[in-house]
Design a binder for this molecule. Structure first.
Ligand SMILES: [Zn+2]
Length: 292
């Protein structure tokens, strides 16, 4: 019987459970609301996992969660949007429910790892991945290993300041990249639809304000990429997440601003690319440590 792994992505709004094979392909997938109850979430994941794995034999499950995790990597240690899950023994409760080994990971790390193993990061020695959607997560892989120094990731790198006179951020700072490129900000400023997907659609249909907002978000991302490059010296930078789906409306603006502001060496040598796995990156990356 073929052995595969489960990839789980616990987000602030929805949770995904997927069966991932050794080629990094998603064979089965279910999505449901995350809710706000620990036991109910575990039960929903267990039930979805049971349907996804069917008769397949699994090596274990990788669980990605939004926010910081503790050094033992067995629970969420910080996320204002999932405060009811903070301090809950998530890894062990999942292992009990699934009867399998469970690895817990920060969601932006999982996306970065998914792209590194199976997508836009393949072959990179120093891979920086920005995941822009509801918020802005950032992961960094050097010589095949995720960089961890705060919250088992690279801290809140999505809150690097890109405009000292920019808007206040929910984190308490001002002009953070996340405050400039989050779905909420883009939707508020674009006045053309209730979700990021709508704004992108309207931009594609020629709505000038939507086009301008997406380009502005791209520029802010480019400055964040330039600032982060001075710390991490990536050889490749990928943009992932829902905003990356705007592609030509965002990435050229990000790349232009990156090249305008970054140091001379990086200006010439660093590639800015679109992530290739789309929404699958997080569940694939969560499962990746369990894949051959
Ligand atoms: Zn912030």
């Amino acid at each position: 019987m073929t052995q595969v792994a489960l990839g789980v992505d616990i987000g602030g709004t929805n949770t995904k459970v997927a069966l991932v094979n050794d080629g990094g392909d998603v064979a089965e997938m279910e999505t449901f609301p995350t809710g706000r109850d620990q036991a109910a979430l575990i039960a929903s994941i267990r039930d979805a996992a049971g349907r996804c794995r069917s008769s397949a034999s699994i090596r274990g499950a990788g669980v990605a969660v939004a926010g910081f995790i503790n050094p033992a990597r067995d629970q969420l240690s910080y996320n204002p949007n999932l405060d009811w899950l903070v301090g809950f023994p998530l890894r062990d409760a999942m292992a009990d429910a699934l009867g399998a080994t469970v690895a817990l990971e920060v969601d932006s790390n999982a996306s970065c790892l998914g792209e590194y193993r199976f997508g836009a990061g393949r072959g990179s020695r120093r891979f920086l991945c920005l995941v822009a959607g509801t918020g802005l997560g950032v992961g960094m892989i050097i010589d095949g290993a995720l960089v961890r120094f705060m919250g088992e990731c690279i801290g809140d790198a999505g809150h690097v300041v890109v405009d000292a006179n920019g808007p206040e951020c929910p984190c308490g700072g001002r002009g953070c990249a996340e405050a400039m490129v989050s779905e909420r900000t883009i939707v508020q400023n674009a006045h053309s639809g209730a979700t990021l997907r709508h704004v992108i659609e309207n931009a594609r249909n020629g709505n000038a304000r939507a086009v301008a907002e997406l380009a502005a978000a791209g520029s802010a991302l480019g400055i964040a990429m330039a600032s982060l490059s001075q710390i991490f010296f990536p050889d490749r930078i990928a943009l992932a997440g829902g905003l990356a789906e705007a592609e030509d409306l965002v990435i050229p603006a990000a790349e232009a601003e990156f090249r305008r502001t970054v140091n001379a060496e990086a200006r010439v040598h660093v590639a800015v690319v679109k992530a290739t796995l789309g929404w699958r990156a997080t569940v694939i990356g969560a499962a990746a440590p369990l894949l051959l």
